[in-house]
Design a protein around this ligand. Structure first.
Ligand code: SAM
Length: 231
């Protein structure tokens, strides 16, 4: 239950330095949030591509979040061996920019992320909760969208992908109806240079790979956080 988890009372109370020791003192906070990150495939794929962007996964399952934490520690350790820190290089080593918290994102997302701090939020292959009476358990809802919109910078992107058509329609409809988001096409995002992110969204996660093995279809829907509410 949530009682076993420790949450910061507010984003100000969060000390990120144990998560990102190489960035301690820089004042940097997470800019990418992977909600329900599972085994961490997206974060691990993106970390080396955007070494100066701090990324955080949120995962509710104990063993899974522990697995991701161990995975990141191992990657940091091996990369440190492969490339010993050089005095001339000022960028932190690989995977220093990625971490995970075990957290119920549906309840505590706002405890971690201050206003307008995120440039990307990912909902990749979220649990579908098929039955209508379970829809309130879905990770996208009008209430939760208000929290995601608050934490996103204007211009920031929400990425959603799923192999469940009904869930795709649900996420897309709620995002379309929310006045602080506008749909943005895959082509537009690629033109803006976000192709590597989209490729990782499609293919890097464990669930995405499973869907691929089963030759399932993937539905992508992306949205941009607006500066002001649209009419
Ligand atoms: N995004 C990953 C991927 O594409 O491989 C994982 C997809 S998996 C189907 C959904 C994940 O969301 C599970 O690992 C689950 O434990 C996690 N999850 C479900 N509800 C959550 C919540 N309220 N807070 C954080 N994580 C949650």
């Amino acid at each position: 239950s949530d009682h076993a988890l420790e949450y910061p009372a507010s984003p100000d109370a969060m000390d990120w330095s144990p998560h990102y020791p190489a960035f301690a003192g820089t004042g940097k906070t997470p800019e990418f949030a992977d909600v329900g990150c599972g085994f961490g495939g997206l974060l691990i794929a993106l970390a080396p591509l955007y070494p100066d962007t701090i990324m955080l996964g949120m995962e509710i399952r104990v063993q899974v979040s522990q697995y991701v934490q161990d995975r990141i520690e191992a990657l940091r350790a091996t990369s440190a061996l492969e490339a010993p820190p050089s005095e001339t290089v000022s960028t932190p080593g690989p995977y220093q920019n990625v971490s995970i918290v075990r957290a119920n994102a549906m309840k505590f997302f706002p405890n971690y992320f201050p206003k307008a701090s995120l440039s990307a939020v990912f909902f990749l292959f979220p649990d579908p909760h098929f039955k209508a009476r379970k829809h309130k358990a879905r990770i996208i809802s009008p209430t939760l969208l208000a929290e995601y919109a608050y934490a996103l910078k204007p211009g920031g992107i929400v990425y959603t992908i799923t192999d469940v058509k009904d869930l795709h329609d649900w996420m897309r409809t709620h995002l379309e109806e929310f006045p602080l988001f506008e749909p943005v096409s895959e082509e537009a995002l690629r033109e803006e240079g976000r192709g590597p992110i989209l490729d990782a969204v499609y293919r890097s996660t464990e669930e995405g790979k499973k869907v691929e093995r089963n030759k399932g279809q993937k539905w992508l829907a992306c949205f941009r956080r607006l500066e002001v509410k649209r009419e």
